[in-house]
Design a protein around this ligand. Structure first.
Ligand code: GRF
Length: 208
């Protein structure tokens, strides 16, 4: 059975969705860069190993990345899952986990990379918004797309209501993407991700 390490910085609801999906994978550890990340308590309650590497305690981004990688490698995971991990990882880190590092981003990439995606979607007046699971590359919030979920932007939406609608879909698509990875079904060809095997839909549209 393949194993995964999940990196979080806060609430950890995506991590929780992955843990509770009952995937054919071992969640070897949950690692946070913030000691106060709420998700850590949940992971510990579930008997999952947890670790904290406070980025504030490192002299440089490279030193933090290196320590983080060393910690991750203690668990020798097949997959590293960024689930609300709010630190930018350097090129060396990204290269080290090439092809086995995935992220979820709360927008339909390539639209709205970076922060405050829901606010920016509302400001731009887009009518469809959503979330994306992608393989991580050296470019922020960029990389081969595994699956996307779209939701409508409704009249009267504010940042919170839109974030909530998108988050429901995050909890749906992230476990699915992890499942495909650990079942060895993802292939990247010329930067495009395909799911092998039975016909799997790499998109979700939920009008709710
Ligand atoms: C999610 O919206 C994720 O897409 C973004 O940060 C949020 C993290 O939420 N990168 P959680 O910690 O998984 O609850």
């Amino acid at each position: 059975m393949k194993s995964a390490v999940i990196l979080i910085s806060g609430r950890g609801s995506n991590m929780r969705a992955i843990v509770e999906a009952g995937l054919p994978a071992r969640i070897a550890a949950v690692v946070s860069n913030r000691p106060d990340a709420a998700g850590l308590a949940y992971a510990a309650e579930r008997g999952i190993a947890t670790a904290v590497l406070d980025h504030g305690g490192f002299p440089s981004r490279e030193a933090f990345d290196e320590a983080l990688a060393r910690r991750i490698d203690e668990y020798a995971p097949d997959l590293v899952v960024l689930a609300g991990f709010m630190r930018i990882l350097g090129d060396g880190f990204v290269r080290r986990y090439d092809g086995r590092l995935i992220n979820i981003h709360p927008s339909l990439l390539p639209a709205f990379p970076g922060l405050h995606t829901h606010r920016r979607a509302l400001e731009q007046g887009v009518k469809i918004h959503g979330c994306t699971v992608h393989f991580v590359t050296g470019q922020l919030d960029h990389g081969p797309v595994v699956i996307q979920a779209a939701v409508p932007v409704l009249p009267g939406d504010d940042e919170d209501s839109l974030a909530e609608r998108v988050l429901r879909q995050e909890h749906r698509i992230y476990p699915l993407a992890v499942r495909w990875f650990v079942e060895d079904r993802l292939v990247i060809e010329n930067g495009v991700v395909r799911v092998q095997g039975e016909k799997a839909s790499q998109w979700v549209f939920d009008a709710q």
